[in-house]
Design a protein around this ligand. Structure first.
Ligand SMILES: Cc1ncc(COP(=O)(O)O)c(C=O)c1O
Length: 416
């Protein structure tokens, strides 16, 4: 550890769990209703109201949510699903589980998928488009909806990072009009999938939620989340329930539990406050790392018409101005007692995706270039302003130690 480093390690991420969540979980444990039950229903209702959706289905992860969404859209062998390459492997894995091909596409300098890359990737076999609102900043939904409508394709939003984010004044996950009113599918759907994993903006330990404006599709997804059993099967052990149910298709075991929902109900009430604090800390980083002051880094590109949920704060290093690469940079931050991470290793660089689908390094230049340069800094509501200032001081100290003073004429990597 360097002499000027903080005394204790600042983890990259930490959940913010209060006494309300703890008491509610204890209440569930004492009640004897520990799997899907009344608290799951309450969390679904509260969540639907929060994002302004008619339907919300609580599940045990965002991975399960995307899997269920694509199953309900009848994705199967021989189909193609478009997925940005700069995402967590789960987004592409579920496509693979269904026997379909993840058609990976490149992203822009704002980390979100390039709409023109999506448009170019559509073929006769395309069954759905999956978008990722990277870090909590919504994608260009207007353009994506135009592209989806042109081809009558459904949009599945991987909003793992984007609970609380807004696009043109409406929450991600709100009910959207069907895409393309008379497209050959009778107006394609828009389905949104959220993650409540331990370090997400809202956590239930593990968990997820699906929202969707299409009631029939929502009914099918609800059924798929619990073995394909008929409606309200979760009530079968309650006084008001019945032992009688029917299996209408081979579903999954992806339901959320009341213990998870107990946390979710209180986390949801705190969410806007959490995001406010995240945004304030992100602003501190933006000011501290402004390119005028620190030409060795670039702050996140912010697009108009969106409310960022600030799940991640991702700096882009201008490695040509540094004597250390991104991996060394993270090691040097660790030596300063600051945790940092990388989001993400592009999907096409993983051995499985190269071996199974033939992807190669060089396929998606922007994602690869970003991957070489990105560092996610700690950003969570449990941090104090002092913690944020410690991160700022440490990043500056690492840069000062590793600044490449060789004269140069080139400037930025461009703000595409
Ligand atoms: C972009 C993205 N999609 C999907 C997931 C999967 O979420 P979960 O862990 O809830 O399954 C993650 C998790 O980190 C993610 O970052």
């Amino acid at each position: 550890m360097k002499a000027n480093a903080r005394a204790t390690f600042l983890p990259f991420a930490m959940p913010s769990i209060g006494e309300e969540e703890i008491a509610e979980v204890v209440d569930s444990l004492r009640s004897g209703w520990i799997t899907a039950g009344p608290k799951v229903k309450r969390f679904e209702t509260d969540f639907a109201a929060y994002v302004d959706a008619a339907q919300a289905i609580a599940v045990n992860s965002c991975t399960a949510a995307i899997h269920i969404a694509l199953t309900a859209l009848d994705v199967g062998p021989g189909d193609e699903v478009i997925v940005p390459t700069l995402t967590f492997c789960a987004t592409a894995n579920v496509v693979t589980h269904l026997g379909a091909r993840p058609v990976l596409v490149d992203v822009g300098e704002d980390f979100n998928v390039r709409p023109e890359a999506v448009a170019a990737a559509v073929t006769g076999r395309t069954k759905a488009i999956v978008l990722v609102h990277y870090g909590g900043q919504p994608c260009d939904m207007d353009t994506m909806r135009v592209i989806a409508a042109r081809h009558g394709l459904p949009l599945v939003e991987d909003a793992a990072h984007a609970v609380g984010a807004e696009y043109r004044g409406r929450k991600i996950g709100c009910d959207a009009q069907p895409i393309g009113p008379t497209a050959n599918r009778g107006g394609a759907a828009q389905i949104t999938c959220f993650s409540f994993y331990a370090i997400k903006n809202l956590t239930t330990g593990e968990g997820g939620m699906i929202t969707c404006g299409d009631e029939q599709l929502a009914d099918r997804m609800r059924r798929l989340s619990l073995h394909g059993m008929s409606r309200d099967a979760w009530k079968r052990y309650a006084g008001s329930g019945s032992w009688l149910y029917e299996v209408l298709e081979a579903g999954y075991k992806d339901n959320m539990t009341d213990i998870q929902a107990a946390m979710g109900i209180h986390q949801l009430r705190k969410l806007d406050g959490f995001i406010e604090r995240r945004a304030r800390y992100a602003q501190m980083y933006n000011e501290a790392f402004d390119t005028q002051r620190v030409p060795e880094v670039e702050t996140p590109l912010l697009r108009p018409g969106r409310k960022h949920a600030w799940h991640l704060y991702v700096l882009r290093l201008r490695t040509e101005r540094l004597r250390s690469d991104r991996a060394q940079f993270i090691e040097q931050l660790r030596a300063q007692n600051i945790g940092a991470s990388v989001h993400f290793i592009p999907v096409h660089l993983h051995p499985f995706y190269q071996q199974r689908f033939g992807y190669r390094p060089g396929d998606f230049p922007c994602a690869e270039s970003l991957y070489e340069r990105i560092v996610s800094l700690p950003l969570y509501p449990g941090m104090t302003e002092q913690d944020v200032n410690d991160v700022i001081d440490s990043v500056r100290a690492v840069i000062a130690q590793h600044r490449d003073l060789t004269p140069r004429s080139t400037v930025t990597s461009g703000n595409l």
